[in-house]
Design a protein around this ligand. Sequence first.
Ligand code: MRU
Length: 370
Amino acid sequence: MENALNLDTVLLSDDEKAVVILDQTLLPNECKFLKLDKAEDVWDAIYKLRVRGAPAIGVCGAYAYFVLADQFQTDDMDAFVKKCTEIMEYINSSRPTAVNLSWALNRMHAVLMAEKDKLSVADMKVRLKKEAHAIREEDVQISRNIGQYGFELLEKLGKGVGIMTHCNAGTLATAKYGTALAPMYIALENGWDGKKDLHVYCDETRPLLQGARLSAYEMQAAGIDTYVQCDNMASYTMKSGKVGIIFVGCDRVAANGDFANKIGTSGVAIMAKHYGIPFYVCAPSSTIDMTMESGDEIHIEQRKPEEVTEMWYEKRMAPEGVGVVNPAFDVTDHSLVTGIITEKGIAYAPFKESFEKMGIKPVEKFVDKK
Ligand code: MRU
């Protein structure tokens, strides 16, 4: 089984004409890469979760911005800006909850707007490519830093610790290392024995099974003692005393520390509080949206009923015509959060003050405005 750290989730193709993604819908059974050079194909790949995880869709958005802008043949900067605005708005409409997609598109667009009067269209294209590469490279370092802070928490708990996680916030969800799974990769780099020193419990994460298919694959392939549990087994495992800490990822954190993550996360946090288990959110600072005061403002993506009633089953398993609830994310209240691990350090309540001390500020928004 290939160590997932060796797989590049999102890249620019060698000829620089396409975004290359690892198709995560096929994992863990098949490892297939897709070349995307049409706006509709990028949109579809993000919507269908072929590329997924907040930072990974941000990197994909940045490369797509460059690839699609590069195809537009013109010397007229105004026409180029108009085209780039259309690209940004279209790609951003693929998924609404993870702020990283709009964050990366906004960052690309901010470069365009700041330098459009100084550069030719040809030079601007080179500049945009450089920015997209920078977004990817920075993501690797950010994830490593988050992993390092998380590993320090594991060290305090000692070898043999049990870690619970929900969904997949691993290397597959980022450019490399991941956020919530990064502490375990860093533990291995520090000589911890994956089979004895780390025990990872992955919620399967209904309905799209990112925990069972992706986190379990990543952790097992890295040589870590790994368990998959149905989401409704989490309380049992927590009560057994096997879980020393919980790490989850996030898709958007509001200024007060409320955060959206994969559906089911808020239930995990409520249980963790009940059992007195430390609950940490792993968040690149790009996921912290200081323009939103609280989680009430976060737009929650609603998805197709078939993901609940038909996918993964040989035959439809729920009665025809029944109503279906299928929100992709939920919002966890900041009062349930022990700490938010960023690449700049760990934020504690009151979170807004903590974020401000780290220098995290609202960013300029061209899309995803309130
Ligand atoms: O719908 P998904 O699979 O994109 O949801 C992913 C999550 O909820 C992750 O926990 C989050 O994006 C953080 S990834 C580092």
